[in-house]
Design a protein around this ligand. Sequence first.
Ligand code: PA5
Length: 444
Amino acid sequence: MVKVDVKGCASFVDAARYESYVNKALEAFDVLESEKGAGNDFLGWKHLPGETPEELLAGCEAVCDSWKKLGVDLVVAIGIGGSYLGAKCAIEALSHNFAKQLKKKDAPEVVFAGNNLSEEYLAELMDLAEERNVACIVISKSGTTTEPAVAFRIVKQFIEDRYGKAEAAVRIVAITDAKKGALKTLSTQEGYRTFVVPDNVGGRFSVLTPVGILPIMAGGFDVRGIIAGALEAEKALAVRNASNPAVVYAAMRNLLYSNGKAVEILVNYNPKLQYLAEWWKQLYGESEGKDGKGIFPASVNNTADLHSMGQFIQEGARVMFETVLHVEKSQREVVIGSDEQNLDQLNFLAGKHVEHCNHMAELGTRLAHIDGGVPQIEVSVPVLDAFNLGSLFYFFEFACGVSAYTLGVNPFNQPGVEAYKKNMFALLEKPGYEAATAALRERL
Ligand code: PA5
């Protein structure tokens, strides 16, 4: 199970104030558990781990089997934000670092699109598609988001041109709203298999819906393990007490924020966790950054970033705290050998595991950063596998709800995301935006 340790904050906070923040977080916990707080029509994620229907998993397995029969070796998963980051995070966290080069798996490779509007990216994706046997998962809860819609138009055309319209309906699967949106209309018309994003689950909380499940399963990863880990976290975090890890995390980060620490850096020491940070940034950034409030979520990938961001974190503006993702044990072993000449002067490490060096780097950095004025929270799991990844997903989601209610904002809306869309549509001269187009042009 996920553990949270806040000893690395002790020298920065007053014990009595911490206690008062734990009480605030417990009140927020009650609001979340009562399911009567702001945004309470978006709480479907809370029960997903225990309520994932077997038919959903069987339906996703049937899709994967049908693609296997066609020899599919490339799945293009199209989506943005919450319709992208959970699956990307899981696939990065659970993949062999060199899976592509080793061609180790018989499952298809999953690549992502629709998360940018780069023409080069799409052109190069098409270069890859030309060489491969292609299927596509198009994901949009609203069914109207521009970036995935543009990517899908191009990939759909490619699939239809190459395989014909009838086979395209087997190769393309849509994940969207049950009733509304352009993607729903299009899927019905084209006869695509579809999966539903539940109404009561917002994008950034949707990794355990088909939004995450199908792409992760298509890549051959252990979805059932992820769900089992999330379920264990759901049970553990439902216990109301001051040592509940979600309460501890929510209390401490809100207390640090009240002390002027307005930036939280999620730190990892394993490149496979880079996209967990990207997923976490969306989860906390969109859930808390509103009403002029919120902790700015940032991330570093260590030890690499100690050689780029380390200087700032050690001695720059004292505005941040760090939350370190600690993985207790590596699943692979590499022991450093001894060298007779010792020209590199590394014999003092002979016989030691590389992971031991990694842990000492982590520990040394944490102590140095405490000395530099950067409080340290530790979030730890025993190993990085499907089960513990599932626990981390649920832990961060649940803690996000508690933390945002502690801060006094609605965790489940994102009104600010619309502003850029209006301007983009106006600048692209979308019908209906004429007045906005003229107003923006005046400003240029
Ligand atoms: O968390 C959210 O709701 C957003 O980030 C959405 O996931 C994102 O904007 C994509 O939306 P949609 O799935 O409707 O295309």
